[in-house]
Design a protein around this ligand. Sequence first.
Ligand SMILES: C[S@@+](CC[C@H](N)C(=O)[O-])C[C@H]1O[C@@H](n2cnc3c(N)ncnc32)[C@H](O)[C@@H]1O
Length: 290
Amino acid sequence: MQVTEPTRISPGGPLEVSPTSAAERTHAPWSFREESRRLFDDCAPTYPAMDPFWGDASELISELEHMDAVPLAGNEMRMLDLGCGVGIHLIELARWALQHLPQLISVRALGLDFSPRMIERARARVANGKLTKQIRLLQRDILKWESPANEEYDTILCLNNTLGNLVGDAVGGSHRLREETLRKVRDTLAPTGVLMLSVFSRDYLETEVLPRSGYTKDRHIDPQWSSPENGDLVLWRHCSDGSDHCCFSHWFSPSELRSELRTAGLDIARLTCIGSRLLCIAKANHCGGG
Ligand SMILES: C[S@@+](CC[C@H](N)C(=O)[O-])C[C@H]1O[C@@H](n2cnc3c(N)ncnc32)[C@H](O)[C@@H]1O
């Protein structure tokens, strides 16, 4: 009997599994951004239970409790969540702030995500939590997001490696997309505002993920389009529409994170490593950069 390698179904047909050079990795017969959107859409019904690397809102709240003062310009907390998923962090943070900040009168929060099903689930959770007056949710691509000139936020969230998930039509150039996004974050932060960012740790990738065979139960690392030596993974998942879809995931070293933030005019005020994640609080550098 002839034994053949299992063939993965992908939007562009079966994949070659031999590793390729960086130049060859730049073009695929599908858009990685669109693939990512479909994969996250498919994850929405079970998010966040299906990924052991993702963290919950308790780690953010504990960071806020460590801060001398929660950044508030007045008695309203203005929050923006980029890639808000099913809205867990916005909801928990809004509740926490309303209960724990005595000077706070109101919360005004906006969550953006390009997955229609993530936004749909987030809307249902916000309605269940009776927070529809405080939290607005929009289906938007972060890469196309422009904040109105007079809009600013006290807290901007970008959590569970949403920054590392940003990808264009091609898999290359994600560094530039992160930089553009971080510059927009900097320009949208209130003068006393903070960015709360959690990304995946390169050290964890190298010591805990790569040595194991496979990534998680339901996703596997693509050897052709990934570049683990640069912290870039392309992950495939068999989705409920019967096809395989992939997403991109960049894993960061602390120095790389610091440097990407610095280039965008943001400085790290606090950096904590929690298992697979680097959790960072950053502020706009008003002395230059950007
Ligand atoms: C790993 S999940 C994290 C969700 C949420 N931040 C959390 O911590 O629960 C990444 C999220 O980013 C969204 N996302 C990825 N790329 C995006 C883009 N270009 N524009 C908008 N949302 C994006 C996905 O749909 C997904 O909901």
